[in-house]
Design a protein around this ligand. Structure first.
Ligand code: FAD
Length: 549
């Protein structure tokens, strides 16, 4: 959707999804009903199991939660507010979690608690490091197993190692007296469960270490050789929970050391699983937008040009397999076309970056990236500040960066353009851009963020993804009327449409010259690389497209 009147839209906040809170609750309830069943095998487990929620803040299609239920007589759901999540980024010391994502997380936790309570459980919220909290809970409640979703990047893996080590020291009280020394039989186990991707890691037709270096090869192999597993159905009641006096409060944002953040313009995302399934319902079923996704997905303005699922997928409030099942249902009940397939095509990109993070390890965080490319990056603070504050003098860059600051979101098109500008036109160290995205993005996910940045900076594993995005050309193709820039940069509204992208003296003086000037002066090879979208997509017959940008 484009705003029909950008002037009036100045102060409009578009809540995503656009339903009332009552409607969100109703849609969530209906969806839950479809994914619960009475015909499950009888629960045979013993004792207490913990489900330690991490980036899987959902009840539907959550295997860790399901396994905790099956293996126990009582499930204790726990979330640890880990102070490390609110410290600073790796190299440049930005806040690790910005205010808008923290607010989104708070809403996710409140909604998770609400949905767990509907299933006869609750959510224990504790402040501190999981490696300290979980062993003490395990000891107090005689927990035989802690179930959690497996992660893939170093910071998360480190926490997994620490938790596993500290749980090994727990001696469960039932075995006290028999042996004072912890061993694998009398201590609490940590069971890590894969659950973040659409294709399950165990169903890949290759080992992650031999993952193809080219996305298209990966996609074709998984599409032809792997099957996407069905969502896990859960019983209507997951209770009982152990009896606990104080379940802890959902943290206030100020307790996390951050200031209250409120979206004043643009899109305001509602956190939580109920909003997530409602957004799927809105985008697919109410507005019928799945039918045209492939034609609109490169837009930049408003909630409807793309799905906007990413913030919920990143927090784990939305399962990619649930989206897959909804796409298939839509194809059965309404229409199957290139657009319905293209949402899955993009989700396969997400899977690819996740599996790449296993193969490439920490190299995705290093300046030279997986290919160890040596580049003389600048870390010029003045230029970087101009970029991150949206004051470069290029409206297309500035409008996108202001959207990120104001809402925590930026379109995929915008991300590619501002990334290319930072690394190619400004020659700034791409890690500064990636870390700033890490701070601000509602949908921040280390695999997708650093994966995309390494590609954008030309240090990713596939040099063919190394592209220059020409601002004049991108403006002409994706914001021809200047509506997007005028929405975010109000001073441009008074200008004629054709002047909005290059307002000259009527706007801030550009902080750097463009590497290739305007479209006419750029060499044809570079032009082709930055403007592949239409040509490639036209070439794409049926479902066999290349990555298009
Ligand atoms: P849609 O176009 O509706 O796509 C549907 C889903 O497919 C998305 O929700 C997302 O899960 C997945 N997807 C689409 N494009 C990509 C992609 N290029 N890489 C991985 N997954 C994709 N995405 C994140 O989720 N987290 C990030 O931290 C992140 N950082 C990025 C940084 C840069 C420099 C760039 C260029 C892209 C980044 N992306 C990231 C990918 C992409 O921009 C967002 O996923 C997308 O814009 C989210 O909007 P949407 O949900 O409306 O996407």
């Amino acid at each position: 959707m484009q705003f029909s009147n950008p002037i009036r839209a100045e102060t409009t906040v578009h809540q995503v999804p656009g339903f009332s809170y009552e409607e969100i609750d109703r849609i969530a309830e209906q969806t839950f009903r479809r994914y619960t069943t009475e015909s499950l095998p009888k629960r045979k487990g013993k004792g207490v199991a913990i489900v330690w929620f991490r980036n899987d803040l959902r009840v539907l299609d959550n295997e860790a939660l399901f396994k905790a239920w099956v293996s126990s007589e009582a499930v204790l759901p726990v979330y640890c507010v880990d102070p490390r999540l609110f410290s600073t980024t790796r190299y440049f010391g930005f806040p690790k979690t910005g205010g808008l994502r923290a607010q989104f997380l708070i809403e996710c936790l409140a909604d998770l608690r609400k949905n767990l309570m509907k299933c006869g459980l609750d959510l224990l919220i504790q402040h501190g490091k999981p490696e300290e909290i979980l062993p003490s809970l395990a000891k107090a409640y005689g927990v035989h197993t802690v179930y959690a979703q497996k992660e893939t990047c170093s910071e998360e893996l480190n926490v997994e190692r620490l938790v596993s080590k500290s749980l090994q020291k727990v001696v469960l009280s039932s075995s006290e007296g028999q042996s004072a020394k912890p061993n694998s039989k009398n201590s609490t186990k940590l069971e890590l469960i894969w659950g973040s991707s659409m294709y399950h890691i165990d169903d890949l037709p290759f080992n992650c270490n031999s993952l193809p270096d080219v996305y298209t090869q990966f996609r074709k192999l998984v599409e032809s050789k792997s099957k996407i597993r069905s969502c896990i159905k859960i019983p209507t009641s997951l209770g009982p929970a152990p009896s606990i006096r104080d379940w802890g409060c959902i943290p206030e944002i100020t307790v996390l050391g951050l200031e209250k953040a409120k979206v004043s313009k643009g899109m305001a995302f509602v956190g939580g699983e109920s909003a997530a399934v409602s957004r799927v319902c809105e985008y697919f079923w109410s507005k019928n937008l799945l039918r045209t996704y492939k034609e609109t997905r490169n837009g930049m303005l408003g909630p409807d040009y793309s799905t906007k699922f990413s913030p919920w997928i990143a927090s784990g409030s939305l399962s990619p397999r649930f989206i897959y099942e909804e796409v298939k249902r839509f194809e059965r009940e309404r229409e199957s076309n290139d657009s319905t397939y293209w949402v899955l095509f993009e989700l396969i990109w997400r899977d690819y970056f996740r599996f790449l993070s296993i193969k490439q390890g920490n190299s995705i965080f290093h300046a030279g990236g997986p290919r160890k490319v040596e580049t003389n990056w600048s870390q010029n603070q003045t230029l970087f500040e101009a970029w991150r504050n949206g004051q470069t003098g290029y409206p297309l860059i500035d409008a996108n960066m202001k959207e990120l600051l104001t809402t925590g979101f930026m379109s995929n098109r915008g991300r590619q353009i501002v990334c290319s500008f930072l690394v190619r036109d400004m020659n700034i160290d791409w890690r500064m851009g990636a870390e700033w995205f890490e701070t601000c993005l509602l949908d921040y996910d280390p695999c997708s963020n650093y994966g995309n940045w390494t590609y954008g900076a030309g240090v990713g594993n596939d040099p063919r993804e190394d592209r220059y995005f020409s601002i004049p050309k991108q403006a002409q193709n994706y914001d021809p009327e200047g509506e997007f820039v005028a929405y975010w940069l109000t001073q441009l509204r008074a200008l004629p449409k054709e002047k909005r992208h290059f307002p000259g003296l009527l706007y801030i003086k550009p902080v750097v010259a463009l590497k290739f000037g305007n479209t006419k002066t750029r060499n044809s090879k570079t032009m082709a690389s930055g403007t592949r979208t239409t040509a490639d997509e036209n070439k794409c017959k049926g479902h066999k497209g290349n990555r298009t940008q």
